[in-house]
Design a protein around this ligand. Structure first.
Ligand code: HAM
Length: 418
């Protein structure tokens, strides 16, 4: 039997891959405008990096990491997200000492052993942004504006920005103990995972997928009532700035995100068209992470967009086909040689073109040109060749004209660049 791809690992085929190029090129262009530089880090890291940054009691670390022992006996893990790796590289190469502010982006595959379903894979891809070195609410607003600009340029409509503040190490403990108190009174009704989370990391109960736990949590205290004055002022300023950018905000006090490093502002972009896996992007502040990983005391904020989910939101396959502009149709050996030289002239000018080398009839070559959705067919038979002319058929309108071969390039340059 032929070998197939692993469950939850997907090939991205022509017709679909054009969408990916579009998403990545759009993001790169906008990152450049906002002053972000690319950083590329390895997909494999020491397991400890993710355990220390994402948190031991998160679903990612407890259940989803692809961890293995390599041939030297070291525990290594395929990155489940990019932030930890980017921070590791940031500290390792002492970028912190070079400038006060860093704007970094990366694009690439991540790995989580989750149950595959629509919009949820085991190898998936993220566009990731990190804005390091400032805790100003203006940076939060700028980063969220950057995210919205990318989504806007990709043509995404009907999306919702959910926003919350998770407080800081000063105010979070009082929320944790209130939550613990609430959960303690309902302990016997909680699932075994939540009973454990209750004492280790109560915030994580909000990630629970068990329906009964979610029902109980509707009455739970929310962080909003516990954030300290400084966090509250920060959050109010962030909301004011985002509203000033005409971005509608949906305050969601239960948005806790699935990673432990977050402080203060957290956000998610959801799209109802996606069904149950509706988060197309997510992020937030992580002011303590760099220090926690052994670096300087530098605040930061970031986000990641899930490319598989983005791709589901873009229009159907048809529009993404890589159409040739000109399909060359030679009839006979002499015409083939001439058409080949015309093909290379089009390639040189970066005009998408195509030609087959089999000795096929006019009808069959026209059928191929139609199938690949070429805009024009350029037909060269012996008679045209003798007259130094070539027949151009517009395949959208079916109109046809003969032009002198010396005008061939100008004819298509003019139409292609229009
Ligand atoms: P995250 O919310 O875990 O955040 O992932 C961000 C996005 O990646 C999600 O909104 C979703 O679109 C996509 N995603 C996550 N898991 C899967 C999956 N199994 N299959 C398909 N898509 C998926 C982070 O990863 C943080 N590192 C974001 C961040 C950057 N925070 C600060 N900086």
């Amino acid at each position: 039997m032929a070998i197939q791809a692993l469950k939850g690992f997907k090939d991205i085929l022509p017709g679909e891959s054009e969408k990916w190029v579009f998403m990545e090129e759009t993001a790169r262009r906008i990152f450049r405008t906002f002053g972000f530089s690319e950083i590329r880090t390895p997909v494999l890291e020491k397991t400890d990096l993710f355990v220390r940054s994402i948190g031991t009691s998160t679903d990612i670390v407890e259940k989803e990491m692809y961890t293995l022992i390599d041939r030297s006996g070291d525990s290594i893990t395929l990155r489940p997200e990019a932030t930890a790796s980017v921070m590791r590289a940031f500290i390792e190469h002492n970028l912190q000492g070079q400038q006060p502010i860093h704007k970094l982006f990366s694009i690439g595959p991540m790995f989580r052993h989750e149950r595959p379903q629509k919009g949820r894979l085991r190898q998936f891809h993220q566009i990731n942004a990190e804005y390091i070195g400032t805790n100003s609410p203006f940076a939060d607003a700028e980063l969220i504006y950057l995210l919205m600009q990318i989504l806007d340029h990709l043509g995404l409509l009907e999306i919702r920005l959910r926003l919350n503040s998770l407080g800081c190490p000063l105010c979070r403990p009082s929320f944790n103990s209130a939550l613990q108190g609430f959960l303690g009174e309902r302990q016997s009704e909680l699932c075994p995972d939540c009973q454990r989370r209750m004492s280790t990391n109560p915030l994580r109960v909000f990630d629970c997928k068990v329906e009964r736990c979610q029902e109980l949590l509707t009455a739970a205290p929310t962080i909003t009532d516990f954030v300290c004055r400084a966090c509250q002022e920060h959050f109010e300023q962030v909301q004011k700035l985002i509203s000033g950018l005409s971005i509608p905000i949906h305050r969601d006090p239960r948005l806790v995100r699935g990673l432990d490093y977050y402080t203060r502002t957290t956000f998610e972009i959801s799209a109802s068209h996606l069904g149950s896996q509706d988060a197309v992007a997510g992020g937030g502040r992580y002011d303590g992470l760099i220090r926690q990983l052994g670096g300087a005391d530098m605040p930061a904020i970031g986000f990641a967009i899930g490319l598989e989910r983005m791709a589901l939101l873009l229009s159907s396959q048809e529009e993404w086909i890589n159409r040739p502009f000109v399909f060359l149709i030679p009839l006979g050996a002499a015409a083939r040689e001439k058409a080949f030289s015309l093909l290379t002239i089009l390639y040189k000018k970066e005009i998408p073109a195509m030609m087959d080398y089999e000795d096929k009839s006019l009808k069959s070559q026209l059928k191929r040109a139609d199938k690949v959705k070429s805009r024009f067919a350029a037909i060269l038979g012996t008679e045209e060749l003798n007259k130094d002319r070539i027949l151009i058929r517009n395949l959208d309108t079916q109109s046809q004209e003969a032009i002198p071969i010396p005008q061939f390039l100008d004819y298509f340059l003019e139409r292609y660049l229009k």
